[in-house]
Design a protein around this ligand. Structure first.
Ligand SMILES: *Cc1c(COP(=O)(O)O)cnc(C)c1O
Length: 427
């Protein structure tokens, strides 16, 4: 059933480390070989062995309209025919920037980059440059891309200053990153006691990289208050939640406003785009207006801008989409929870707009440590069995799932029915 993918994977492994260009794709945490994809259409993925899957990954979030949306496809092809890149300004960048700025009260200007990693890395440099401070606070289990100072893990003993979580990252580069437990106001206060040199807090206001774990309102309010008190900036990393959790991302459903927002994923609709945005005042520090350097040969690439622009306009013109997506996400996880309980399996579920998550554990996870207590073996079996039945879930309990507009209630009900069968054998 996966023969061609197995062969393709072996071949890929000879020329690409681990056979993949981003580690999670290798299926390491669930075992087995990742299906090699031939094409996508609407809510479905098709692999090279001829298997068809209902896609709950959607390229890890970007494809809110599913695969091969006609309007986005048209905009991309039309733009591509005029040239792929110029390294000079185009109106498409201004238009996309206008669409974004118009949506948020707290931002006036946007700079486009080519990935979420670049967006967060640049946002942090901006925060440091503006405040003239060096330390940053990051939370365990939040992912902000793979730049050096963000690849941190808890240091030894009581220290909150991070240690590198990957070889190749000098400790000198992570010593300015303070690591703190998600949703713990107490630890956050301690960080500010430990350092008077804090430039910013960077947070996923709805964490989607340790499964789906939203921050509590109380916690985000504490983030805001402590930043204000100590002259630090608050960065909401909305690379995943932006235009996903709601039209205005997490910012749209929370009381708390950040100073800097970062975007990616949906903003490019499947093309490589990231962005960071803030007030006129903060953004004026950025080169060439100000002194903080940041650049990119392919930044604001016209084809990528065209995809993002078409996608955002469609979302803004049809805001009812979010209601529908969110109902479908709830239908899915409520259904999964019901069949899990029927089969005596504890399952915790959550949704935010079109994002969903589920954990095989007794108690709702509030932070990274809680997520670590889930039953990973059970998840791996569930994942594998569902894949065989034609349902493509993220291949790790640490990843969120996504609903696209092309997924129907019928698709979801079929998924729940098969999940029931799979869970019967999960005990
Ligand atoms: C995906 C993601 C990133 C990194 O984006 P890339 O485009 O993979 O570099 C950063 N932050 C969050 C919250 C993400 O989900």
């Amino acid at each position: 059933m996966f023969e061609k993918s197995i062969k393709a994977y072996e071949k890929a492994c000879e020329v690409i480390p681990g056979g993949v260009d981003s580690p999670v794709r290798a299926f390491k945490s669930v075992g087995g070989t990742p299906p090699f994809i031939k094409k996508g259409k609407g809510a479905y993925l098709y692999d090279i062995d001829g298997n068809k899957y209902l896609d709950f990954v959607q390229s890890w979030g970007p494809l809110i309209f599913g695969h091969c949306n006609k309007d986005i496809e048209k905009a991309v092809i039309k733009t591509a025919k005029k040239g792929l890149s110029f390294g000079a300004p185009t109106n498409l960048e201004t238009k996309l920037a206008e669409e974004i700025v118009e949506m948020f009260d707290n931002i006036d200007k946007v700079r486009f980059v080519s990935s979420g990693t670049e967006a967060t890395m640049s946002a942090i440099r901006l925060a440091r440059g503006v405040t003239g401070k060096n330390d940053i606070i990051k939370f365990e289990g939040c992912y902000h891309g793979h730049s050096d100072s963000l690849l941190v893990q808890a240091g030894s003993g009581m220290a909150t200053f991070g240690a590198p979580s990957s070889p190749g990252v000098p400790a000198d580069l992570t010593k300015h990153t303070l690591l703190c437990e998600y949703n713990s106001v107490e630890q956050l206060e301690k960080c500010f006691e430990q350092s008077s040199d804090i430039a910013c807090i960077i947070i996923e206001p709805i964490a989607g990289n340790m499964g789906l774990v939203p921050a509590t309102n109380e916690f985000l309010k504490a983030c805001r208050k402590l930043c204000d008190k100590h002259g630090a900036l608050l960065i909401f990393d909305e690379v995943m939640s932006g235009f996903r959790a709601s039209l205005k991302g997490a910012s749209g459903i929370l009381d708390v406003q950040a100073d800097i927002l970062t975007f990616g994923k949906v903003i490019g609709a499947g093309m490589p785009v990231g962005a960071f945005a803030a007030s006129k005042e903060i953004m004026s520090h950025l080169s060439p207006e100000g002194k903080i350097y940041q650049a990119g040969t392919l930044s604001g690439n016209p084809v990528a801008m065209a995809a993002g622009l078409e996608s955002l306009r469609k979302l803004k013109d049809n805001p009812e989409i979010y209601d529908e997506l969110s109902k479908k996400a709830k239908r899915l996880v409520d259904g999964l929870k019901k069949v899990a309980y029927k089969n005596g399996i504890p399952l915790q579920v959550n949704t935010r707009g079109s994002m969903f998550g589920f954990f095989f554990c007794e108690k709702e996870p509030k932070n990274f440590k809680d997520v670590g207590l889930c039953d990973f073996k059970r998840f791996a079996i569930f994942h594998h069995e569902m894949l065989k039945k034609g349902f493509y879930f993220a291949c790790s309990q640490y990843e969120a799932g996504f609903i696209c507009t092309e997924i129907t209630n019928k698709d979801i009900d079929a998924c729940i029915k098969d999940a029931d069968t799979v869970m019967k054998n999960l005990k």
